[in-house]
Ligand binder design. Sequence first.
Ligand SMILES: Nc1ncnc2c1ncn2[C@@H]1O[C@H](COP(=O)(O)OP(=O)(O)OP(=O)(O)O)[C@@H](O)[C@H]1O
Length: 280
Amino acid sequence: MKTLDTLRATMRRDQVWDFMRPRQGLGLELDMSHGTILYLEDISVIFDGFRAIDHLNLYIDAGELRCIIGPNGAGKTTMMDIITGKTRPDTGTAWFGQTIDLLRLSEPEIASLGIGRKFQKPTVFEPLSVLENLELAMAADKRVWPTLRARLTGEQQSRIDEVLETIGLQEHRAQRAGALSHGQKQWLEIGMLLMQDPYLLLVDEPVAGMTHQEMDRTAELLKSLAGKHSVVVVEHDMDFVRSIANKVTVLHQGSVLAEGTMDEVQNDPRVIEVYLGGAT
Ligand SMILES: Nc1ncnc2c1ncn2[C@@H]1O[C@H](COP(=O)(O)OP(=O)(O)OP(=O)(O)O)[C@@H](O)[C@H]1O
């Protein structure tokens, strides 16, 4: 644990761990009794007169795995930014479950409610081992720090083992994160988010730069998370989307152009015209 102490002394936790903060202190309880975890309704975002999001409506079910596709500039990143509180919409509403108004909460508060975000580039701590990275993610909960300093409790150890198995890095637990392949780093970062047991995971272009084998493994991983978590994946790789998606939402010019199974959206003439073209 010496390395962890050194890191704690040098890093600004509020910067690095905002997205991993434990859900505590807000007194807000997620109510998914209607089966929906996220409601974005009539959302618009205007940047310098340009409508990046235009009357967007999007509903995500509890436990579903949703893929969001769309051409460059369609508003996918801006939509994720609204969910996490990074960007405030000019109009519209964003509810987490039945009762939590996301637009009234700060970015760290939203993260602490159990909305985790994985950006495209992996941001693991390269000098630390896989295990230490997961311990650190768990240590985002300050209450765990005194325990970590001594030894992990049985429960904490089992949680780490469970996550290591989910991300398929059991054999690499002692390996330095910097020595992992690109794909393994991405899985480790997903594992770090899982240590916080998020309700909703937002994943941005998870397979960019991956080998085919890594893509297959990532598909399995994301599919295994559905049910236990709601997962929203933004991805350009159509083969990958086809391999994981039940339901696909196509964004275009800041609103939903089409929604349905991969076959439905791929055969939708409007989608073919603005996005897919001959690319599939
Ligand atoms: N801070 C900003 N100021 C001005 N315009 C912005 C800002 N952020 C995004 N935009 C514009 O809003 C539109 C939507 O951008 P966004 O990044 O959400 O699209 P995207 O679907 O994620 O695209 P990509 O697939 O290329 O990542 C784009 O035209 C972009 O240039």
